[in-house]
Design a binder for this molecule. Structure first.
Ligand SMILES: C[S@@+](CC[C@H](N)C(=O)[O-])C[C@H]1O[C@@H](n2cnc3c(N)ncnc32)[C@H](O)[C@@H]1O
Length: 308
């Protein structure tokens, strides 16, 4: 990550100075690129740096291939991840193991489970120990995937969240708009018992477009958090465009560009989305600040520095 100037924390995070390829190079095992909606590593690192200290525990209930966990352990934080898809869980474990082999000092555990049923599946000993829940919800398929056009017509691949062969009913990526909103609410509510006093829940999300219409996922996240009884303590923006010679240089996917162009051709004055919305929540019951270190991720034997 680029060095940040000392001074007050700004609401805007510039996390697009390096390309995503540069941010991910050497940090993830082969196959990780199949995940359709990975968080930018520099965004994960910036948020972990802003909201935690070395030794703190970071939890991602929708962990995917483990970007937040990888950045956490590289920054000396411990991490816990959960995902419903076995394929992403395996990749997240492998990515954490790679980070450890590269000298990351934090420890991490990845659980396969349904995060809408939290806090179950998380060891009871971890309740009240999480300093930061850092996560991002799944998006609709129009934003994701890769395209291939060398052999015939344009085809899209790597645009599905499913890894186990069959669609899991509880996978929020397939839940529809209402189901996704309800699911996010259940995930956020289920994270509260895991927070230590003063702990935060930070959700990165971005709007996307379907048939030219904006699907306001960040708005749904904020509504879901408030309905789950959380306090919204901050809203920030993570800018993915690069700043070059005083101008913003766009970083976007093919699908985002096509969606924006189509909408403009249809007469809608839309812009090319270049940011994530960052919602920062705190539990009203847990606002008392505490810097007590947690006692480590269970299932690690003393001295065992590998991923559990
Ligand atoms: C936006 S992706 C997270 C990507 C992750 N931040 C990364 O960089 O790899 C959301 C993840 O939520 C997972 N997911 C969807 N529904 C879930 C559920 N009910 N419980 C746990 N994980 C779920 C999906 O499998 C997907 O990997």
């Amino acid at each position: 990550m680029a060095e940040m100037a000392p001074g007050p924390r700004l609401s805007v995070l510039f996390v697009g100075q390096r390309s995503l390829a540069a941010q991910r190079r050497g940090r993830f095992v082969a196959g990780s690129g199949a995940h359709p909606a990975r968080m930018a590593p520099d965004l994960a690192a910036a948020l972990i740096g802003d909201y935690t200290h070395p030794g703190d525990l970071v939890f991602d209930p929708l962990a995917g291939i483990g970007t937040t966990l990888v950045e956490a352990v590289h920054l000396g934080r411990d991490a816990l991840g959960m995902d419903i898809e076995p394929g992403w869980v395996s990749l997240a474990r492998a990515n954490v193991a790679l980070a450890r082999s590269q000298g990351a000092t934090g420890t991490a555990k990845v659980i396969k489970g349904d995060a809408t049923r939290l806090p179950t599946r998380v060891p009871t000993a971890l309740r009240g120990t999480v300093s930061l829940v850092l996560t991002s919800p799944p998006y609709g398929p129009t934003m994701h995937g890769r395209i291939e056009h060398r052999h015939g017509p344009l085809t899209r691949f790597h645009n599905t969240y499913t890894t186990g062969g069959t669609r899991t009913g509880a996978n929020l990526a397939h839940a529809g708009r209402r189901g996704l909103a309800d699911g996010i609410g259940a995930v956020l509510a289920g994270c509260v018992p895991l927070l230590k006093p003063g702990g935060l829940i930070v959700v990165a999300s971005r709007p996307w477009r379907r048939d030219g219409h904006l699907v306001d996922i960040p708005g749904q996240v904020i509504t879901a958090g408030l309905e789950a009884g959380l306090l919204l303590v901050d809203c920030r923006r993570a800018v993915h465009a690069a700043l070059r010679d005083g101008h913003l240089s766009a970083r976007h996917t093919f699908f985002q560009l096509v969606a924006a162009r189509k909408a403009r051709l249809a007469g809608r004055p839309v812009s090319l989305i270049q940011h994530d919305d960052i919602a920062v929540f705190q539990s009203p019951l847990k606002c008392r600040s505490s810097r007590e270190p947690h006692r480590g991720v269970p299932a690690h034997r003393p001295g065992d520095r590998r991923q559990a």
